[in-house]
Structure formats: C-alpha cells, structure tokens
Design a protein around this ligand. Structure first.
Ligand code: CUA
Length: 666
C-alpha cells in the first residue's frame, strides 16, 4: 500500500467518524484506488454499501490496538472456553477446561493439566473424564460488577464446575459436585463472589447405589441447589464451607442471582414439574417431549440463601456424599424455599440490573413474565400462598407477584440488559432479538413500559445472547452479541458440520444493527459473558521465577540456572532440568525400563512469550512451559528406546536444535 491510498482512507475515516455519510444511503462505495471521498482501499472493488462500510469501521481494530471488551465464551461439548475480543470478534485464546489440550500441555502427562482433570473425576481418578460440556460462564463480582479475578464454568454433562484464574487464564480447579449428575444453566456468582451457585438439571437418584427404578422417580430422585463457597484469597471452591438444598425431582434449569433490591436471593427456573420420565421402556409410555408439557405452569424457585447460611450455621443439615445438605422439609420449615408459578416450560430467568424485576421467558409462551421482587418478598412475608406443590413447598399467589407479561414473539429464551432500562430477549423460533422496555423501577414509567419496542432478525436460531457487562448492576449499552446456533448459508461451506454464528449487534443507534458475522469453528458456545477489558488488571505476562501455576507460589521443584541435576533413588529418577532458548539442561536422561521418571522442568526465562514446549515421542507427553513456570512430569518408563525429546513451541532461530535424549535401556 502506498502513501496515497492511506491518506485517502484516513480522510474517509474522518468523514465517517464525523457522521458524514459517504455517498447517498444505499449507494455503493467504491473500494478501488479512485481517490478522495471514497472509503478507499487497494483490494479492488468490495462492492460495499455505505452502511456496510460504516459497520466495518465500527468493528475495525487496527493492528497493534486492542479490543475494549472481552467475551468469555463457553465452548459447549468441546469442553473449552474461548476468549474473543469485541468488537473485532478476533479469537484471542482457547482455554482448555474439561478437555485435554496438547498445545497448552493440559492433560498430557504434566501436573498442570492432569492433576486438575484427575481431581475433577470423583469416581475413578485413574480413569479421568477427559471431556465436558461447558455451558454457563460466571465471572467473579464485587458489589455486583465484574472484578476480573476469576471465572467459573459448569460441565453440563457431568455436573462439575471449574475455576479459571484470570491472572494466567488457566484452569486451576475442577470439582465434581456431590449429589448432582448433570447441570445446565444453574451457574451464577453472587454479587460479592460469596458463592458460585450450581443447580442440578435432570434429577438423579438419592439412593446409596446411585440407581433407582424410574417408577420411583417421585420418591427417590432429587434435584439440588448448590452454594459453593469461594475462597476470597484464591478463588478456589471451598467445599467444606459449601452446602446444598434438596429440591423436588423437577428439572431445574436456568438460574440467576438476586442483586441490589433482591440481594440475598437466588432464582431457578424449572420444567417437567410433571415428573415425566419418558417411555421408561414401556410400550405405552409417553415421550418426555409429550409428558413434560401437561401443566400450564411450572415453578420459579425462590431461595433465600442468607437464611440458608444461617440454617447451615445452626447445624440443621445432614451430610450426603461429603456435602452438607439442607433437607427439603427443613427448607420448607425454615421458609427459605418458595415457588412462584411460571408459564409452562420456561427457560430463562434473568434479574435486571436494579434487582427489581425477575424476567422469565417460556419456550412455549410468547411472553416475558416479569415478577416484581418487592411483591415477591411481601408475599413471602405475609404467606400469601395459592397452595403447595406435591412436596409441600409453598406456592406464592401468581397475581400477587406478577408485575407484567410482555408479548415478545415465538420461543423467547434468555434476556440481557442495557444501561437505559431496556431488556433484550432471544427468540429462538422467530430467530430474532426482541428489545423491550422494563418498568418504572428501571426508568420506564411512560407508555412504553413493559412493551416491545423493536425486533431484529438474526441468522439463525439464536440461543443465548449477551450485552456488554449485561449480567451486572452496571451494564454498558454499546454491544450485543447474538449466539446463533445455526449459520446455514452465512459462511462458505466447510463440510457437513457447520460453524456457529456470533453476530455482533450495535446498540448505540436508534435501531439495533448487525455489524458482523463471526464464525465459531472450535466448539458450540452455549453462553458467554462480556467484560470490559480494563477490568482485567491482574493479567500476568510472565510468572515470577520458579512459579508453580497451581498456587502462584514458588515451586518446591524450581531451580535456577546452574542447579540442574539428576538424582537417582532406587528406581526413582529425579531430573531437575532448566529450559532456556535454545537448550534443555541436562539434555540427556539416563533411564532404564522399570524406572519412575520425575521430571521437574523450570523455564528460567523472564521474557514475555518465551514459552518452550517439551514433547516425548511415543509416551503421550507434551508440556508447555511458560516463562518462569515450573512443570512436573511423572512417567513410568515402561518401554525401551532412545526417544528424541524436543521443544514443540517455535521459540527461537535454533528451535529445531532444542532437543535431547530420553534413553530407556532395556
Ligand atoms: Cu524452545 Cu522451541
């Protein structure tokens, strides 16, 4: 590119930034080298409309500049998380969580990945679960705002939860949550990161064997609401100070934390309050699809977690599989669990930024049902019940707690919020985003209160959506991302499995506007959260010398240059190895078949990006050792051979020379 076109392009940028439209609306803007006045380029005629050219400029982040927002995206059944910049939608990183990742040496023989994955496999740690279904990320919060410290994500498939430290963007802990087999959207953090909540999805047998006949679904199966205590120093989950609340065997679904007005409460949707079990192998059995839609109403679960804390402190719990459990009857007696009717088979429950409105969307109901928390609290206090469920849980009188029903369209799922009192709900069936006004407590007391104001078609089949900081008490009204499940013809064909489509939507204008399609070709993101990049203030570029990334403290196995050594104690072969451009010291491991190799690798570099790899052929070992990091590898030397270990990360001009020998004598 020569000087001329650059100058012309800058002039054009200035015009657009100043709000001057280049050419008439709808006119094509030449991208040829046609001179001043055009949004000039050198790549030939891209044939963009003015509107498209403006969209491009709004999402453009020049080389060397950073995006102002980060999305943390679940990766669905890839078991990973993605980090994506907004508005460029550039993929910055994939964080392995429940699945192995060889690039980051996660789960290929190193302590970093293996210890986390094995600890997160409750039943048989020698045969760890090597995948998960990441669903609902939850960023840590202080006073209801994201604080950039920690990130939690649940495993839909196996009822687990993981914690990621946002200092190094690595998974530090996986917990297999007792008494829960699967979890869906029940993952949220309370406003001061007191707890991560996770609820069961499909109920599981609370029997000693873990088995129960489906004929005894009502008697033997149970759900659970889990309140996992966050250690305020490390962000780890402190299971000794965590508790669960036993729930009826309904399918508990999405959940959200109360905030501000509703602080101290948690809310969970449910469906299949019919307790249908599918055909259960019976010829005349009903499918779940048919059996779970009989009731007109399911139950919004309303949990007073501060009251539950007190019940736990008073010792009114039992212990089940190591977890303190508040029994269902205790929860009823102590008045910490109430239900409110919600239209059949709801999906999303989202609390607005002021904490006043609980917005429930029913997959089979075209409305958002809005509950006023002050009315909910009053109904609880006055025992304004319309009845009880089959287990004795009091049901609040619907008319007393429902504030409004807003007609949105077909298949409403999830709701996010902006800074102007508007809500944005995904419509799966209509494949659109509905923008609607909340009520007086969110600043809309005029004629538009509780009405839909706009519908934006998206491509295609939207599941979740996210607004910038949209789960906090201070959302930013700038961006929305639609998480579309199907992309169909939005991208060139890449085979039979299609990418998902994240569509970036501009919320700053008078109408919502799609700016960008972004293919997601590495997983099936379910939900994401969007955080302002300036909140990520603790991100490290290198570790302090000799750091164990599990604790961020100095590793007992750390060495400095000059301290390298090989120590043999019987069959235990300890090798303390330094890693530095472009050699391993020592570069020779004298092993014998039957030895246990304990390899302690210290990257003694402090230069950002000076990561080295460590791969051993045939042994399924692959490590990534970041600057300052200590990685430990325990390996049974069970096959003889001369193995050319090598650096797998292109670190230097002599990267290919960075190798050595693992000798295993027969
Ligand atoms: Cu070290 Cu390549």
């Amino acid at each position: 590119m020569g000087n001329g076109p650059q100058v012309s392009r800058r002039a054009a940028l200035g015009m657009l930034a100043g709000g001057v439209v280049v050419g008439a609306a709808g006119a094509r803007v030449g991208f040829g080298a046609s001179g001043e006045g055009d949004v000039g380029g050198t790549q030939g005629d891209l044939n963009l409309t003015t509107e498209e050219a403006q969209a491009a400029l709004k999402t453009y982040v020049p080389p060397g500049k950073y995006d102002p927002y980060f999305i943390f995206a679940s990766g669905g059944h890839s078991g990973q998380m993605g980090v994506i910049g907004v508005p460029s939608m550039r993929l910055l990183k994939i964080i392995p969580v429940f699945s192995r990742d060889s690039w980051q040496g996660y789960g290929f023989g190193t302590d970093a990945g293996n210890v986390v994955l094995e600890a997160g496999s409750a039943d048989d740690k020698s045969d760890p679960l090597y995948w998960g279904d990441t669903h609902h990320p939850a960023l840590s919060e202080t006073e209801g705002d994201y604080d950039g410290r920690w990130l939690y994500i649940n495993d839909r498939a196996n009822g687990r939860i993981a914690m990621i430290d946002l200092r190094d963007f690595k998974t530090k802990q996986i917990v297999d949550i007792p008494n829960i087999q699967t979890s869906h959207g029940g993952c949220f953090v309370t406003p001061n990161s007191e707890y991560v909540h996770i609820s069961s999805m499909t109920p599981s047998p609370w029997t000693d064997s873990g088995y129960a006949s489906l004929d005894r679904y009502k008697e033997d199966f149970r759900g659970a609401s889990s309140w996992l205590k966050i250690d305020q120093q490390t962000g780890h989950l402190d299971m000794a100070n965590s508790f669960q609340i036993e729930l009826p065997p309904y399918t508990q679904d999405l959940a959200d934390a109360g905030k501000l007005t509703s602080f101290g409460f948690g809310f969970i949707n449910s469906y299949n309050t019919e307790m249908a079990t599918g055909t259960a192998g019976k010829a005349d059995g009903q499918t779940l699809e048919a059996g779970s839609v009989a009731n007109d109403f399911d139950f919004l679960h309303i949990i007073d977690w501060q009251k539950a804390e007190q019940v736990v402190a008073d010792g009114k719990t039992t212990v089940r599989n190591g977890m303190k459990v508040i029994g269902l009857q205790t929860a009823i007696d102590e008045k910490l669990l109430h239900f409110a009717p919600e239209p059949r088979n709801p999906h999303g429950i989202d609390v607005n930024p002021t904490g006043d409105y609980l917005c429930v969307s029913g997959k089979l109901d075209p409305h958002a049902s809005v509950y006023d928390f002050t009315k909910v609290k009053a109904a609880i206090d006055s025992e304004d019940y319309q009845g009880t469920d089959p287990f004795g849980v009091p049901i609040l009188t619907l008319e007393s707690v429902l504030e409004a029903q807003v007609e949105l369209g077909q298949g409403p799922l999830h709701t996010q919020f902006d800074d102007k009192g508007y809500a944005y709900t995904s419509l799966f069936v209509d494949t659109a985003v509905a923008k609607w006004a909340l009520g007086p407590k969110a600043g809309h007391d005029g004629a538009d209160a509780f009405t839909r104001v706009e519908t934006l078609p998206v491509q295609n089949n939207i599941g979740h959506l996210v607004t910038a900081e949209g789960d906090t008490v201070n959302p930013n009204g700038q961006w929305l991302v639609a998480l579309n499940k199907w992309s169909i013809d939005r991208f060139p064909p890449v085979g039979t499995l299609h990418p998902q489509n994240f569509q970036l939507v501009d919320l700053t204008g008078s109408n919502m506007k799609i700016l960008l399609d972004s293919p997601i070709g590495w997983g099936e993101p379910h939900y994401v959260q969007m955080i302002s990049a300036d909140k990520l203030t603790n991100v490290m570029q290198v570790y302090e010398p000799g750091t164990d990334p599990a604790t961020f403290a100095t590793s007992e196995f750390a060495i400095e240059a000059g301290e390298e050594r090989v120590e043999r104690k019987g069959k235990d072969l300890h090798v303390y190895m330094s890693v530095l451009r472009s050699h391993y010291t020592p570069d020779f491991i004298p092993g014998k078949v039957g030895d246990k190799l304990h390899l302690h690798l210290t990257n003694v570099e402090q230069t950002p990006d000076a990561t080295h790899g460590f791969a051993i052929p045939q042994y399924n070992v692959e490590a990534s050792i970041d600057p300052g990091e200590v990685v430990n590898i325990d390996l049974d030397l069970n096959r003889a051979g001369s193995f050319a270990m090598y650096c797998s990360e292109f670190c230097s001009a002599l990267h290919l020379e960075m190798q050595g020998w693992l000798q295993v004598q027969p």
